[in-house]
Ligand binder design. Structure first.
Ligand SMILES: [Zn+2]
Length: 282
């Protein structure tokens, strides 16, 4: 799932590749992709792409007076292609065809159609519900004082940090990395954080998201690949030794994601119950 660093690098690369390009046509083969009907997609014909930015995990493709707000959800990709998609390509959700023959294409893997886009007056982007409800951007990380008040909620850190209304840009991959870097339990409550823990967490957010972006800047060329080389150290690495202390990384499997942590450094040596295993044992 693309999170802040992945969307940011894609926004930078797509912005560089398409700025100044004029739209020849726009269509949405995804039946439920467009969440707005007014202005219609045809309004983009003849418009020029002026830049691509990011809000949380969403793209904002600016076309002068109008903007496309795009959310990839868990399985979407936004890329620039040299050739146009076949209309039989079932993964296509939104196609913005450029006059130079290229195409800005939103695709989605799998059978679910969850990725979405809105065509809005550019001045209305910040007041759109999906943007207006976002917390402050996770990168650059908020200062410790602001972070402390954002996280002062009686909720576990793992869901709290992934809640876009609390802080924007962190999802299921980077939350594991950030908590491991800060040596904090995913089940510690935000409201129970000590001052030095908030500071560690803020540093971990800044360091890990910033390092991921630097890594992508180095290894990703003009075209953003389907699968980004995410510099992960604990996420999806259960069973492997912790890179810091060599304790085996443990995992808890939820319905549609997996949480990974180092028991030695994050949960006081305790291995937490894997709900998937306990369900199977019933
Ligand atoms: Zn460890």
């Amino acid at each position: 799932m693309p999170e802040l660093p992945e969307v940011e690098i894609a926004a930078r690369r797509i912005g560089t590749a398409t700025s100044g390009a004029r739209v020849e046509s726009a269509l949405a083969p995804g039946m439920v992709t467009m969440k707005t009907i007014e202005p219609p997609l045809e309004s983009l014909v003849g418009a020029t792409i002026e830049g691509v930015t990011r809000r949380g995990k969403m793209f904002v493709v600016g076309f002068g007076e109008l903007a496309l707000l795009i959310h990839l959800m868990s399985a979407g990709r936004l890329q620039v292609w040299d050739k146009r998609a076949s209309l039989r390509d079932k993964a296509s959700r939104l196609l913005v065809r450029l006059e130079d023959g290229r195409e800005l294409r939103l695709r989605e893997f799998g059978t679910q159609q969850r990725a979405w886009a809105k065509l809005l007056p550019i001045a209305a982007v910040d007041s759109d519900e999906a943007v207006a409800t976002l917390g402050p951007e996770a990168w650059p990380a908020p200062a410790a004082g602001e972070l402390a008040s954002l996280l002062d909620q009686p909720r576990h850190l793992h869901p709290l940090l992934r809640d876009q209304r609390t802080i924007a840009g962190i999802g299921r991959s980077w939350v594991d990395e950030v908590l491991w870097t800060a040596r904090l339990s995913p089940f510690k409550k935000g409201s129970e954080l000590e001052g030095d823990e908030v500071e560690r967490l803020g540093q971990a957010i800044q360091e890990r998201l910033g390092a991921a972006l630097e890594h992508y800047e180095e290894v990703i060329g003009e075209t953003v690949p389907d699968k980004l080389p995410m510099p992960l150290q604990v996420h999806r690495r259960s069973g492997e030794p912790c890179p810091r202390c060599s304790t085996t990384i443990e995992a808890i499997h939820f319905k549609d994601y997996v949480l990974c942590y180092c028991p030695q450094e994050q949960t006081g040596g305790r291995v937490l119950k894997d709900r998937r295993l306990s369900r199977l044992l019933k």
